[in-house]
Design a protein around this ligand. Structure first.
Ligand code: MLT
Length: 401
């Protein structure tokens, strides 16, 4: 009989978010009267705003006409690639450096193919689980040791180091997943820190995979929204991004990845050419309808709507942050990010998760699900209807004493 893929055998059962959903279902079955509110998974809840929605619906209608119909558009609409470069990168990238995808998570998965099983992997700890789980699936990391996967360099990002890793621990010739604004901590790396990161990556021959999925939540004008605001990043970084969180496209599915032509392997070969080869082979391109929606999101009115949507969720984040702080619980994030990262010293994250679910009927995300340094933390997501957020904030008062 066929043998199980040993990389899959290495991975722990249950991706974090389905595991949370399972525990929520179990709680609901045992407490049918409970009105559970989710501040768990970062899933958008608000309707797509009218101008962007019109882009989607008109796009769908075009597909029903002879003149408007389009089939495969493998590498994405040229106009969309140009507009992404103009709106987010001051036109710094040529269209063939902008790859349209069906979302950041999917591209993070495919990016693992680019570097393969033999490449060392480093992550911020805590981090978005896809970086680690994807590395295990491709064979770049091995079995679970009890606190982490063998072969992954976990670089702690904690209150003690202001949520920025000690770069002297960054392995050479590795890929380093770096997320800012960070999921889960909500911390945003400043310009000095990102400059240090680029310097360290270049010295060590490391490629930064910069996840900027929450960049549109940055409100502090001094904070960078892209690694490519830093000089030298074109030679050492790839950036993944998405319309999910700024435009409410979590269910529509559209993102992009920037692979600069200056990025080269040790042998001088082009990473951009390999990425084009991989995408052309295993990806047939993103939905045309989603791309028409994204084009609408990137004209003046669409950009305004994205800001409005992010402002709405940031308003909710502020309420959660204030509610958590009013209980005397230390937390970060929620100001330039939709996530609030709260500390429960000496406690197990899953135990705190269970207590909040039990006492408040509020679902959260246990910090330990994001890596060893997430132990004793809870992540609150600000994605929710405002009335639910307000109700959840009132119920959190039950955690007092
Ligand atoms: C999260 O809650 O971290 C989200 O699931 C992130 C995502 O996949 O968009």
């Amino acid at each position: 009989m066929i043998k199980r893929n040993k990389c899959i055998a290495n991975i722990k059962a249950g991706y974090l978010f389905p595991e949370i959903a399972k525990r929520r279902r179990e709680f609901a079955a045992a407490h049918p009267e409970a009105k559970i509110i989710s501040l768990g998974v970062g899933n958008t809840t608000e309707p797509i705003l009218p101008h962007i929605d019109k882009g989607l619906t008109e796009g769908a209608k075009r597909l029903g006409t002879v003149e408007g119909y389009l089939g495969y558009t493998d590498e994405g609409f040229l106009e969309l690639r140009e507009r992404i470069s103009k709106v987010f990168y001051q036109g710094k990238f040529a269209p063939d450096e902008v790859f349209i995808s069906d979302g950041a998570k999917c591209d993070i998965g495919r990016l693992q193919l680019l570097f393969g099983a033999g490449t060392k992997v480093a992550v911020q700890d805590p981090s978005y689980p896809v970086y680690v789980d994807g590395s295990v699936l491709i064979g770049a990391a091995n079995g679970w040791t009890g606190t982490g996967y063998e072969g992954i360099a976990y670089l702690p990002c904690t209150a003690e180091n202001n949520y920025f890793p000690d770069l002297s621990k960054l392995p050479s010739d590795s890929i380093f997943y770096f997320c800012s604004p960070n999921n889960p901590t909500g911390a945003v790396a400043n310009r000095v820190q990102l400059t240090e990161l680029v310097k360290a990556a270049k010295e060590k021959g490391t490629v930064i995979i910069f996840d900027a999925a929450y960049a549109e939540y940055v409100r502090d004008p001094n904070l960078p929204k892209s690694i490519f605001e830093i000089e030298g990043a074109r030679e050492c970084a790839i950036e993944v991004n998405s319309f999910s969180k700024p435009a409410g496209f979590t269910g529509v599915r559209l993102g992009w990845t920037i692979v600069p032509k200056e990025l080269k392997y040790a042998g001088g070969e082009s990473v951009n050419a390999d990425w084009a080869r991989i995408c052309g082979t295993i990806f047939n391109g993103a939905s045309n309808i989603a791309q028409w929606g994204a084009l609408a999101a990137l004209d003046d009115e669409g950009v305004k709507e994205m800001k409005e949507l992010c402002d709405f969720y940031l308003g909710s984040a502020k309420l959660i942050r204030e509610a958590v702080q009013s209980l005397g619980i230390a937390c970060v994030g929620g100001d330039n990010s939709p996530y609030i990262w709260a500390r429960f010293p000496g406690r197990d994250s899953w135990e705190v998760f269970a207590e909040i679910l039990e006492k408040c009927q509020v679902v959260t995300t246990p910090g330990s699900g994001f890596g060893p340094a997430g132990q004793s933390f809870i992540r609150f997501s600000a994605f929710g209807h405002r009335a639910d957020i307000e109700e959840a904030c009132r119920r959190l008062a039950r955690l007092k004493g």
